[in-house]
Design a protein around this ligand. Structure first.
Ligand SMILES: [Zn+2]
Length: 711
C-alpha cells in the first residue's frame, strides 16, 4: 500500500470545471507570457517548461482567471435555451488557458517550491479559491446546469453525457450553488481562508523537512550504514555546505533507511524524533493552531451545506458513501493489525534480549529490529535483495508490463522541454496500431523544494469530444541520487512504489473517454488507488523478476531461492504497515467527525490513539501536524481510509488473474482495461468493478493478502 498523492489537475478538477477551447484572441494579446499561450510543438503541444519563470506565474494566473470568467459568462448568458451542448459541453470547452497555467503552477508547487515561489503561492491560493467560488456561485450558470440535469429529454444523451451532467450538478450543489446570498458569501470566505491555511500548512512541513537535519560527524556516527547510504548522506552534506560530514535529511526516504540500519540507538532516537515532530515543534513552523482553524472552518462549511460533519459531506461523493461504512472497514481490520504488532514486537524483543542489550523496543528500534527478525526468520536481507533492484531496469520492467497488459510501447524522446535537468520524457504508443497514446514524464530524484513521497500528476487529460487530445502524465519520486554513472539500487518497498505510481500513470494513459472532466484518474478518491495498488502485484511476477531484477554487477537474474524467500516474507511486518496506516486513517476520520468543537490536535491525537489501544512501539504514519494528505488541501481529508478501501478491490481483483491463466491472462487484462482503466469516471465504479469481476469485491482477499486471519 503506497500512500502517495494523485494530483491529476488538482485545482481544476476538484470542482469539475475542466474545460475549454483556447481563447485564441485573448492569448494573442499576451504572447510574452509562455504560461498563457497554447502549448505548441509535437504530441498535440507540450508545456514550454524551458520558458517558464516564477515571476510570470502570478500575472499569468490572474490573466487566465479573467479569460475563464469571460468564457463562463458567455455560457451563463447564452440567449439560447439551456442544452447539454451549449451548457455542459461549453463548460468543458472553457477555462483551457487557466488549466494550463494552473497545472504549471501546480508542478512548481510540488517539485520546484523555492523561496522565490513561496510568496506567489501564498498570494495565489486564496485568489484561486475565490475564483472557483465565483463560478460555482454564478446563479445564471447554475440554473442552466440544473435545467440540463433535470431536462425530461435527458435520456437522449449518451450515458457519459448524463453522468457528466450529474457530476456538474452535484459539484455545483456541493459547492454551495443552492445557498442564499449570505451563506454563499460565507462559503467563499471560508474557502479563501482555508486555501491560505493549506498553503501555510504545507510550507511549514516543507520548512521543517528542509531546515532540520541530522549531522553525522565521524565514522562512529555512521555505524551500521552501508556504503550507498554513506554516499547519499555525504551528498546531502555537500549540498548543505558541510563537506566532509554526512547528513540525514528530514524526509522519509532519508530517515527510514537510517532507522533500519544505524546501530547507534541514540542517533536513531534523534532521527526519529526529528521526523515525527515535523510541524509540531512549538516554533514558527508549528502547525497545531493551523489545524484547529482548518477543522473549525471545514465543520462550519459542512453545516452551511446541510451536513452533520465534514466527514459526512466528503464521504457522500465516494464509493463508501458514509463515514460509518468507511469506519466499519477500518475497525474490522484494526484488531488483526494490532494483534500482529504484538507478535512482531515479541519477535524483536527476543532478538534484543539475546543480544544482551537490555533494551525495551521503542519506536526508533522498530525498523532496526524488524530487519533483524527478517534475517533471522526468513533469511532475507534487504541489502541482498537491493543488489537486484536497479531503478532503471525496473523502469524498463514496468514498461514491459504495460506492453503485455495494455499494449503500450514506450520510446524516450528528447524533443520536449523539461523543468529540471533530472526529468526525462517518453512517448507512449499503442504498439498494435501505432497510434499516439500520450507522454510520460519521469522525475525520480529528491531535491530541495520538492515535496517528499511519490505521486502521479496529469498535466493534460485525454479527451476527444471536439478533437483527439492525448494525455500527458508524470510520475514523481524522491530517490536519493547516487554517484553519477553507478546503478541506483532501490529497496523492494521502493520498487513497489515505483510500480504503484506507474499504475496511476497507466490509468491516465488508458483513458478512452470523450470529456476531460471524467477522464483518466478523475474518479472517486476511494477508487483511484485501486488501479495503482493493483499494478504493484506485477513486480513479483516471475516474468518481471527474471528479465529485469538483474544483479547490478553480474547482470544475473535474482535467484529462485531468493525469490522464494521474498515470497515467504511477503506478509512480514504487515502488522506495522497496517497499524501505522490505519492509525492515521482513523485519526483523520475521527477529527472530521468531531464537528465544530475547538480541537487541540496533539491532545485529540493522543486520546484517540489511547482509545484505540495503539501499540506504544508504533507512531502514526503521518502524525496530525504533518498530515499533508489531509491538511495541505481538501482532497484526501476524511479520505485517508481510501487506500484501504481501494486495497479491498485490489486484492480481490488480482484474484481474477490468479483464478484465470495468471498475471498475464489476456482475457482478464482486456476486461480490466475495458471496465476499469479506460472508463475514467464515465460510469459508476461499483458497476465497472462488477463487470470486471462478475461480482462485488470481498474483504477476505485483503485479509489474506496481508496475512491476517479471515473469519
Ligand atoms: Zn497512489
Amino acid at each position: 500500500m503506497r500512500d502517495s498523492f494523485v494530483r491529476s489537475g488538482a485545482l481544476v478538477v476538484a470542482l469539475a470545471i475542466a474545460g475549454t477551447a483556447t481563447a485564441a484572441n485573448q492569448e494573442a494579446k499576451k504572447p510574452e507570457n509562455p504560461m498563457l499561450t497554447a502549448w505548441a510543438g509535437p504530441y498535440g503541444g507540450v508545456p514550454a517548461f524551458d520558458k517558464i519563470k516564477v515571476e510570470q506565474m502570478q500575472p499569468a494566473l490572474e490573466a487566465a482567471m479573467k479569460i475563464s470568467l469571460g468564457e463562463i459568462d458567455k455560457v451563463a448568458n447564452d440567449p439560447a435555451a439551456p442544452a447539454f451542448e451549449n451548457t455542459i459541453a461549453a463548460m468543458e470547452r472553457s477555462g483551457r488557458t487557466l488549466d494550463r497555467a494552473s497545472n504549471i503552477y501546480g508542478i512548481w508547487s510540488s517539485t520546484m517550491n523555492s523561496a522565490e515561489f513561496q510568496p506567489v503561492e501564498r498570494e495565489m491560493a486564496p485568489k484561486l479559491a475565490a475564483f472557483y467560488d465565483e463560478i460555482t456561485q454564478n446563479e445564471k450558470l447554475f440554473k442552466r446546469i440544473e435545467a440540463v440535469y433535470n431536462a425530461p429529454d435527458k435520456a437522449k444523451l449518451t450515458p457519459e453525457q448524463q453522468r457528466l451532467a450529474w457530476i456538474y450538478y452535484t459539484n455545483f450543489v456541493r459547492s454551495g450553488a443552492k445557498l442564499d446570498e449570505n451563506a454563499k458569501k460565507r462559503m467563499s470566505e471560508i474557502n479563501q481562508e482555508l486555501a491560505g491555511l493549506f498553503t501555510t500548512f504545507s510550507q511549514n512541513v516543507l520548512a521543517d523537512e528542509t531546515d532540520h537535519y541530522l549531522v553525522l560527524e565521524n565514522e562512529a556516527d555512521l555505524a551500521g550504514l552501508s556504503q550507498s547510504l554513506r554516499d547519499g548522506a555525504a551528498g546531502a552534506a555537500k549540498s548543505k555546505n558541510l563537506e566532509g560530514k554526512w547528513v540525514i535529511t528530514n524526509t522519509r526516504s532519508s530517515v527510514d533507511p537510517f532507522l533500519t540500519y544505524s546501530t547507534r540507538r541514540d542517533l536513531r532516537e534523534k532521527a526519529w524524533r526529528m521526523f515525527v515532530n515535523r510541524g509540531d515543534n512549538g516554533d514558527a513552523h508549528d502547525n497545531n493552531a493551523t489545524i484547529t482553524k482548518i477543522l473549525k472552518l471545514r465543520a462550519e462549511r459542512a453545516k452551511l451545506l446541510g451536513y452533520a460533519t465534514h466527514a459526512h459531506y466528503t464521504l457522500e461523493n465516494t464509493m463508501a458513501k458514509t463515514p460509518e461504512r468507511a469506519l466499519q472497514l477500518m475497525e474490522g481490520v484494526w484488531p488483526a493489525a494490532i494483534a500482529r504488532v504484538r507478535e512482531e514486537v515479541a519477535d524483536m524483543q527476543k532478538i534484543a534480549d539475546s543480544e544482551g542489550t537490555n533494551i525495551t523496543i521503542e519506536p526508533w528500534d522498530y525498523k532496526h529490529y524488524a530487519e533483524k527478525v527478517r534475517k533471522a526468520k526468513y533469511d532475507l536481507d534487504q541489502n541482498e535483495v537491493k543488489q537486484y533492484l536497479q531503478l532503471e531496469k525496473l523502469r524498463e520492467g514496468m514498461m514491459w508490463v504495460a506492453g503485455e497488459l495494455f499494449g503500450f510501447s514506450f520510446t524516450p524522446v528528447t524533443n520536449v522541454p523539461v523543468y529540471h535537468a533530472d526529468v526525462r520524457v517518453w512517448e507512449v504508443k499503442n504498439r498494435n496500431t501505432g497510434k499516439l497514446v500520450g507522454l510520460w514524464y519521469f522525475d525520480p530524484y529528491a531535491r530541495p523544494g520538492k515535496r517528499s513521497g511519490a505521486w502521479m500528476n496529469a498535466y493534460r487529460n485525454q479527451e476527444r469530444f471536439d478533437k483527439d487530445i492525448p494525455t500527458i502524465v508524470s510520475n514523481n519520486a524522491n530517490f536519493v541520487k547516487g554517484k553519477p554513472g553507478e546503478a541506483l539500487l532501490i529497496s523492494w518497498d521502493d520498487a513497489e512504489t515505483l510500480f504503484h505510481e506507474f499504475g496511476h500513470a497507466l490509468h491516465g494513459l488508458s483513458s478512452n473517454v470523450n470529456y476531460p472532466t471524467v477522464s483518466g484518474t478523475n474518479v472517486f478518491r476511494d477508487y483511484v488507488e485501486f488501479p495503482s495498488q493493483l499494478l504493484e502485484h506485477w513486480l513479483s511476477t516471475p516474468e518481471v523478476l527474471s528479465k529485469f531484477a538483474l544483479h547490478y554487477k553480474t547482470g544475473e537474474p535474482i535467484p529462485q531461492a531468493l525469490r522464494d524467500r521474498i515470497k515467504k516474507a511477503s506478509t512480514f511486518n504487515e502488522g506495522f504497515a497496517t497499524t501505522e496506516y490505519l492509525a492515521s486513517a482513523l485519526v483523520d476520520m475521527k477529527l472530521h467527525l468531531a464537528g465544530d468543537q475547538t480541537i487541540d490536535p496533539d491532545k485529540f491525537e493522543r486520546e484517540t490513539l489511547e482509545q484505540l489501544h495503539m501499540p506504544k512501539e508504533i507512531v502514526m504514519r503521518h502524525r496530525t501536524p504533518q498530515f499533508l494528505h489531509v491538511f495541505a488541501g481538501d482532497g484526501y481529508s476524511a479520505g485517508y481510509y481510501s487506500y484501504l478501501w481501494s486495497d479491498v478491490l485490489t486484492a480481490d481483483a488480482f484474484g481474477a488473474f490468479v483464478e484465470g491463466k495468471g498475471p498475464y491472462d489476456a482475457d482478464v487484462a482486456k476486461r480490466l482495461r475495458d471496465n476499469i482503466f479506460a472508463v475514467g469516471n464515465t460510469i459508476d465504479p461499483a458497476d465497472g468493478y462488477r463487470k470486471f469481476r462478475g461480482r462485488d469485491a470481498q474483504v477476505d482477499a485483503l485479509m489474506k493478502k496481508r496475512g491476517f486471519p479471515t473469519n
